[in-house]
Design a protein around this ligand. Sequence first.
Ligand code: AMP
Length: 395
Amino acid sequence: MKTVNDFNFKNKKALIRVDFNVPLDDTLKVTDNTRILAAKATIIKVLEDGGSCVLMSHLGRPKNREEQFSLKHIITTIEQVVGVEVKFVSDCIGEETLNAVENLNSGELLLLENLRYHNEEKAGDVEFAKQLSKLGDIYINDAFGTAHRAHASTSVIAQYFPKNKCFGLLLASEIKNLNKVLTNSEKPVTAIIGGAKVSSKITIIENILDKVDHLIIGGGMAFTFIKAQGGNIGNSLVEEDQQELALTILKKAKEKNVEVHLPLDVIAAADFSNEAETKIEDIFHISEGWMGLDVGPQTNVLFSKVILDSKTILWNGPVGVFELSTFAKGTIYLGNAIAEATKNGTFSLVGGGDSVAAVKKFELSKKVSYVSTGGGAMLEMLEGKVLPGIEAITK
Ligand code: AMP
């Protein structure tokens, strides 16, 4: 796996695909600079070698060059994070852009305008990719967030740098850490899969059955498994059409010697609100009209025991409606158990939109081994897919 550490960038122009798709508020100020911070190490490596950086990214989903999607809004934040003045060019291809790159000196940073102002980016257009490729000597992909897309700047472009292409430090560390879970992982390996729906996690579950010793299933998706086994789940979330599949998964898990742990009890609520009346119920016997919105105390004990006995942990998806404080306790309990296991030497990786949000909300980010930055990309890796952005560098 070639990374920026295999190159010396002295007097070279590094063309870096970063993921600066950051959230902006109504006044177009950056509200979370995590993604910019994540790319800092790669940028600094190039600059310290004596090279220059041409940064390219997308921002949002523009249709017609709407002003709100201009990357110029993030210039100040990049300058604050990296500590270097940012030059900006109002397109990502064309003469003006070529000139700006031409005039770039060692130690300087140039930010290109939003790649998605050109439809050719998402279409993976070869001619567009070729034009982009003229903007640097060495191509670096450090955008894990878009590594699962075969776009012009994330994958198609790599063919123009047969020898001079590599991973940035963020992407390299994402791959390394995910591989710690997916290959050669220290046993016992436990995957915790939560969240709302079975249907959105099914491919992941099927793929990881070959890699784990324990599978903890929590959150809304657990009820489909319980109902499929004859349980009364009241008004809890269910996907009627996924029940067969749920039974198949349980059967396959058994064949592969994977221990599946479903919740034993739930915090049942009379309605979906923070102020709802609640009671603890056996998950197989939830009262008519009530719904399970969090795991109960017996489940907390069961799940933490499995977690504390594990040497490798993957966590994707909350085990309850953690956005509402009344139903957040199970997810907090689980997060704390993972933190404790990590303290005892277990490798823990958290990834996928909502579990990352939960880890941040409950201040557990520093207490787990690794928090993945890529939502969709990380899920596709867990599904066993080869990501175009990764393949383009390695092949
Ligand atoms: P996902 O995006 O599939 O990981 O699902 C995350 C969402 O699942 C969060 O918004 C949670 O509120 C929701 N969720 C977790 N547990 C439950 C539950 N028992 N009932 C309904 N929704 C849930």
